[in-house]
Design a protein around this ligand. Structure first.
Ligand SMILES: *[C@@H]1O[C@H](CO)[C@@H](O)[C@H](O)[C@H]1NC(C)=O
Ligand SMILES: *[C@@H]1O[C@H](CO)[C@@H](O)[C@H](O)[C@H]1NC(C)=O
Ligand SMILES: *[C@@H]1O[C@H](CO)[C@@H](O)[C@H](O)[C@H]1NC(C)=O
Ligand SMILES: *[C@@H]1O[C@H](CO)[C@@H](O)[C@H](O)[C@H]1NC(C)=O
Ligand SMILES: *[C@@H]1O[C@H](CO)[C@@H](O)[C@H](O)[C@H]1NC(C)=O
Ligand SMILES: *[C@@H]1O[C@H](CO)[C@@H](O)[C@H](O)[C@H]1NC(C)=O
Ligand SMILES: *[C@@H]1O[C@H](CO)[C@@H](O)[C@H](O)[C@H]1NC(C)=O
Ligand SMILES: *[C@@H]1O[C@H](CO)[C@@H](O)[C@H](O)[C@H]1NC(C)=O
Length: 645
């Protein structure tokens, strides 16, 4: 009804006044007659860029949004990761870096419209495509379908989230001009139209009839087939070099009339550990962008700024290929928000089609090389279990998954004893490739090797009967695309030793963040007795030099001689490092997590080998990122290039 009335009103105004220059009420609609949008009655196309608030510290939201505005963008697209907000069923976080309402209000103040990609599924190279891992409590759940338990969880979440968005819709005075439902659903195997119908009704119920709801799918007929239904406006996505006539024909197949929209025009591409850093040439991007704008289509550049997969938030593709911590994406604004040649080249293209805001562009933020920081050993994981697992262990005859233990991220230590003497190398096997995703194996604290999903399902161990066998299992990020994103973690199958199933497991779900925040981990000193190649915590102190104005500044940290692990600075989980595999070598450190008034505490969990035995025991802060050093010898495995968003 509202929709009809709004359309009718605009129609009347246009008829009576010829054109509408100002109107007290804000409207945003599709003009099917003229193949465009109408914003406050005026024909409108948007030039947009993707930015994910969940990948940028709140501290820097304004800087990044201003740079996007100054590039000449009308709008931003942003994904909403459900699992970022509903951390446990019914437990929500909308504060600090999770404060989406502040982010959207900031965009509004800066004069950027918002296209909200509300999920529930988003893909986004984000852990489990944004779906909360706690959905897997029902092991048989069919995600992204009419499975009643899935729908109930979606209804609960959207019942909390969407009402927060309603006042931010354009016609209510906010920046949101349209809302995307689901994401590339036509690429998923379920093809459940009832699910899409349910979402349509749910979104209409909470947001009203006026707002434009739409879908996005790959630009191929077989992809849009299951991706959209009547009532959701169809848009497509495609990258540079595509034949835009052909790709938009796919949209026209579903939408004979209305604005042409490319919801994901790829300015760069994503990375996986062990593969070369993705780069897309600027000329390829600007050429296709020019073609798209020349025909009057609306476009969203994915990404305009990629940002960072802080903490444990990266996703993975299949066959299992997790994404690194950096989500730089070779985008026009770098991971650290820096202006690039691509930024200025895109701005020149936009200038051909519209007026660009006057005034200076916020400059790239200065970076500072704080230099080498001496690290010292704190304790191996297995000597700190009382601190790391304050609620104790879980016992079970056979291994449980992380999900069964309600551990959704990070690490669990699985412990049993060797039932037989293994004086000769004896084979330890995870059946059916059941390790998710890496297990660091020790006998009485002595490292035996690493099991890795899809790569290494068996290793040899030695030790006496009764010796402690430990598997520290790491989740490397849940699959975010394709049929297998019900990605359980931990040991999914039995482990055998010399063919016999190991039993009587004690499992310690680790809460490393709390241990660091309570200061417990940093106060322990253990003598340099045990080996340096078992998973071990190290600490170091960064004191920001005095007498230099404008410190702290952003920086990058690198790990010379280290192998693989996780790093926290002042309790902030910066992400994973894995220079031995690459391509990412440095991690971005935003200045807002640093302080000049106290010692900055660096905590490193090295899972394999640190340099502290033989070499210099340091980490190093540098002023330039290194994202493109793949170690070919570390990884011969060729991942399939399955596609992705
Ligand atoms: C929400 O997330 C922020 C980090 O952005 C954190 O500081 C805060 O403690 C979280 N709040 C809750 C209630 O978990
Ligand atoms: C793009 O596709 C259209 C329709 O198939 C075709 O006519 C045109 O020649 C193609 N353009 C280019 C540059 O290949
Ligand atoms: C393991 O070897 C030790 C010493 O060789 C022996 O005493 C013990 O009985 C053996 N245990 C088993 C379970 O075979
Ligand atoms: C374990 O050791 C045996 C005997 O030395 C060897 O044949 C086998 O290849 C080893 N297995 C693994 C997984 O390293
Ligand atoms: C381990 O093996 C036992 C006995 O065959 C079986 O009952 C159990 O389900 C298995 N557990 C897992 C996690 O595979
Ligand atoms: C496992 O634990 C049960 C109960 O404590 C015990 O009876 C059994 O002998 C143990 N099995 C092994 C192989 O240690
Ligand atoms: C770092 O640790 C030291 C000693 O525990 C403490 O005094 C200091 O406040 C910590 N720094 C920050 C930023 O929390
Ligand atoms: C490359 O990987 C191999 C195998 O993991 C490792 O031994 C080597 O140190 C790595 N090289 C670099 C430069 O990290």
């Amino acid at each position: 009804m509202m929709w009809l009335w709004a359309t009718l009103r605009i129609f009347l105004m246009v008829v009576v006044y010829g054109s509408v220059s100002t109107t007290s009420s804000r409207t945003f609609e599709i003009d099917f007659e003229h193949n465009c949008f109408r914003k406050d009655g005026q024909p409108f196309h948007y030039i947009s860029g993707s930015i994910h608030y969940s990948r940028i510290p709140q501290f820097y939201w304004k800087d990044r949004l201003l740079k996007m505005k100054m590039a000449g963008l009308d709008a931003i697209y942003t994904y909403v990761p459900w699992n970022f907000h509903e951390t446990k069923p019914g437990v929500y976080n909308f504060s600090g870096d999770h404060d989406i309402e502040s982010f959207l209000k900031l965009a509004n103040e800066i004069g950027l419209l918002v296209i909200l990609r509300a999920g529930p599924y988003i893909c986004a190279e984000w852990d489990m495509g944004g779906l909360p891992a706690w959905l897997l409590a029902k092991e048989s759940i069919v995600l992204r379908s009419s499975d009643p338990d899935y729908l109930q969880a979606v209804d609960n979440w959207m019942g909390v989230f969407l009402p927060k968005m309603k006042p931010l819709l354009y016609h209510n005075g906010g920046p949101i001009i349209s809302v995307q439902v689901e994401n590339e659903y036509g690429s998923y195997f379920t093809c459940d139209y009832n699910y899409l119908r349910h979402l349509l009704q749910l979104f209409r119920h909470h947001l009203g009839d006026e707002v434009i709801l739409f879908t996005t799918d790959g630009s191929a007929l077989q992809l849009v087939r299951c991706g959209t239904i009547q009532g959701l406006y169809t848009t497509v996505d495609f990258g540079p070099g595509s034949n835009i006539t052909e790709t938009f024909l796919v949209q026209r197949h579903c939408e004979p009339k209305g604005p042409l929209i490319n919801s994901e025009f790829y300015t760069g591409w994503l990375d996986h550990w062990g593969e070369p850093h993705s780069v897309v040439a600027t000329e390829r991007v600007t050429k296709s962008l020019d073609e798209i704008l020349a025909i009057g289509a609306s476009v969203n550049m994915y990404m305009f700024i990629g940002g960072t997969n802080f903490g444990y938030w990266n996703g993975a593709n299949t066959p299992y290929a997790p994404q690194p911590t950096s989500y730089d994406y070779d985008a026009p604004l770098s991971e650290a928000g820096d202006l690039t040649d691509k930024y200025f080249a895109i701005r020149e293209v936009i200038k051909k089609y519209k007026e660009i805001p006057e005034g200076p562009i916020p400059p790239s933020t200065p970076k500072y090389a704080y230099g080498e920081i001496k690290m010292e050993k704190v304790k191996p994981v297995i000597e700190a279990l009382d601190i790391l697992a304050p609620y104790g262990a879980v016992q079970s005859t056979y291994p449980l998954t992380f999900d069964q233990m309600k551990q959704y991220f990070g690490f669990v230590l699985y412990r049993t004893t060797l039932p037989i003497n293994c004086s000769n190398p004896t084979t330890l096997t995870t059946l059916f490739n059941g390790v998710r995703d890496r297990a660091y194996v020790m006998v009485n604290g002595v490292p035996q090797g690493v099991l890795e999903r899809d790569k290494q399902t068996a290793i040899n161990v030695t030790g006496a009967a009764g010796a402690e066998l430990d598997l520290l299992v790491e989740s490397m990020g849940r699959v975010n695309f394709g049929r297998y994103n019900n990605d359980f973690k931990g040991l999914l199958t039995n482990v055998t030793l010399n063919g016999e199933t190991l039993v009587n497991w004690t499992m310690y779900p680790l809460d490393i963040g709390s241990a660091i925040n309570s200061g417990l981990l940093s106060t322990i000193h253990s003598p340099y007795t045990s080996t340096f190649s078992a998973p071990t915590f190290y600490k170091g102190s960064l004191i920001i030099p005095t007498g230099i104005p404008q410190l702290p500044q952003d920086t990058f940290i690198q790990f010379p001689g280290w192998t693989k692990g996780q790093i926290w600075i002042n309790g902030f989980n910066l992400g994973r490092y894995w220079p031995v595999r690459g391509p990412q070598v440095t991690l971005y450190v935003p200045r807002n997590i640093l302080t000049t008034t106290q010692i900055n505490n660096i905590t490193v969990l090295e899972l394999e080998n640190s340099p502290c035995n033989s070499g210099k025991c340091v980490v190093e802060f540098v002023d330039k990122p290194v994202l493109n050093k793949v170690n070919q010898s570390a990884d011969e495995h060729i991942f399939s290039k399955e596609k992705i968003h």
